[in-house]
Design a binder for this molecule. Structure first.
Ligand code: ADQ
Length: 460
């Protein structure tokens, strides 16, 4: 069995439960093969110079964790700059929020080169390398330039926009051509595969060899959708642990006379949080029977505070939430609870189970794991209803959710109203089908499918 090498921007100690399902799933595969996980340590070190890394290795059980620190300039250009102020907004269809500063691209290339330089001496001939996400698109090309012949796969956690949006990226061809250094490129949804393929065919004259392979002057790569899942067993175990039960019981007591609507997200403009608040406001205006009966709880974890667009979002949201409470609240009822915090992972299943409606309404999302967690946390005898944006990757799989267009305030309010009043048999039947599909396509299925396909892909 080949050793697995995972490369991602950040890594987590897979033995710690707070690491979450993805780290646990990757950690299992890494441990089985005595694998290596390589990435940025999260530290920014003023004493190193641009393009230099400081490699540190430690072991976590059978897994070796190898990390590099970044200097201040590289952190600003590669991470805050190109990754989070260019690629993130563009791939989420937000050209208006992109900051095309040329220094960012130079920093992005520099850090990918440094990653390749530090990683290459740690590699063995028969390793299988799995690179994750938009921070590291050129990594395989950099490794190939250093002579690496190993199988290398890439998984993109975020969506792929249509070709003309990608084409707005200055020097997009160079970036997109570097995908051909991978043996396999995994995307979240069929829509992403279609956009990716159209881009390659339209913009760089690639040819579709068969349904799954693309050929360009740079080589051949295989493309497929591998919708990521959650670790259902891990989440169910969390749900039956004391912290989740306490959270559930405390909320049931507090909201015994009301119905709880819940949103849990990173505070990110792709998640459609202001649009959700507007729809809730509309619900209270159009359906006054919900006054004193419905409470929306929004839990938004702080994210990328040092990128400007995120600071704007925070202010916008504070204003919107304050206005809803000011206009509709009274001494007995606060319609909206906005919590700008990461809640302990152990409490998430309890929060979800206490909610009658889960509002997962991103404007665009690669997958969205909260949607799947919400379904798994429900009591099958009396399940809550998932209201899901049709623009989340998860919508391709979770057909029995109530699908909404988050830009349509009125339409979303009407659907939330339907969710609040859905009869029990319909809730049960939708929940059962959703749960079945989420269990079948869990994170272990995702990992096995991707790695199985990578093992059989032709290597460079
Ligand atoms: P994210 O954008 O981070 O991931 P998501 O898939 O929703 O989004 O995962 C978030 C995780 O963090 C979930 O496990 C959730 O429970 C947790 N979380 C979010 N907010 C929290 C809060 N306030 N407190 C506690 N926990 C919170 C990226 C892509 C997604 C893709 C994933 C995986 O943007 O589209 O689904 O990667 O590929």
């Amino acid at each position: 069995m080949s050793r697995l090498v995972v490369v991602s921007n950040r890594l987590a100690d897979p033995r710690k439960p707070a690491a979450g399902g993805l780290a646990v799933a990757l950690g299992e595969a890494l441990a089985r093969t005595g694998g290596l996980w390589f990435g940025w340590s999260g530290a920014v070190d003023g004493s190193i110079s641009p393009g230099a890394g400081r490699l540190k290795t430690r072991t976590a059980g059978k897994v070796t964790l190898a990390t590099v620190d970044l200097c201040v300039e590289d952190h600003a250009a590669y991470y805050l700059g190109y990754s989070n102020s260019v690629l993130w907004p563009v791939f989420h269809y937000r050209l208006d929020l992109a900051d095309f500063n040329p220094a960012y691209l130079a920093g992005y290339r520099r850090v990918n080169q440094m990653f390749a330089r530090e990683l290459q001496p740690l590699l063995r001939e028969d390793d299988v390398i799995w690179v994750h996400d938009y921070h590291l698109i050129p990594l395989a090309a950099e490794l190939r330039a250093l002579g690496c012949k190993q199988r290398i796969g890439f998984f993109m956690h975020i969506p792929v926009p249509p070709p003309l949006i990608l084409a707005a990226l200055p020097q997009h061809q160079g970036l997109m051509r570097s995908f051909f250094a991978y043996d396999l490129v995994g995307l979240q949804s069929r829509a992403d595969v279609a956009h990716f393929t159209h881009y390659m065919v339209n913009e760089i004259d690639a040819k579709e060899l068969d349904g799954q392979r693309l050929q360009a002057s740079d080589g051949i790569t295989r493309i497929a959708a591998f919708p990521i899942g959650i670790d259902v067993e891990e989440f169910q175990a969390l749900a039956s642990a004391p912290e989740a039960i306490q959270t559930y019981e405390a909320l049931c007591t507090e909201y015994s006379r009301r119905q709880l609507l819940l949103g849990i997200d990173r505070l990110d403009y792709s998640k459609g949080i202001p649009q959700r608040v507007r729809a809730f406001r509309h619900l209270l205006e159009q359906y006054p029977e919900n006054h004193h009966k419905a409470t929306l709880m929004l839990i938004a974890s702080p994210s990328r505070d040092d990128v400007q667009a995120y600071a704007h979002l925070r202010h916008e949201l504070e204003g919107l939430c304050g206005a809803v409470n000011g206009d509709f609240g009274d001494l007995e009822w606060m319609p909206l609870r906005y919590i700008h915090r990461t809640v302990a992972r152990k409490r998430v299943p309890g929060l979800c189970r206490a909610a009658r409606v889960g509002l997962v309404t991103p404007l665009r999302d690669g997958m969205n794991l909260v949607a799947k967690e919400f379904v798994v946390a429900q009591d099958p005898e009396d399940p809550g209803v998932l209201v899901l944006s049709r623009f989340a990757g998860a919508a391709e799989q979770l057909e029995e959710a109530l699908l909404v267009n988050p830009y349509d305030t009125q339409g979303m309010a009407d659907i939330v109203q339907a969710a609040l009043h859905m009869p029990l048999p319909e809730r049960q039947s939708r929940h059962q089908k959703l749960l079945e599909r989420i269990c079948r396509h869990d994170v272990h299925w995702w990992r096995r499918s991707f790695l199985g396909e990578l093992e059989t892909a032709n290597s460079h």
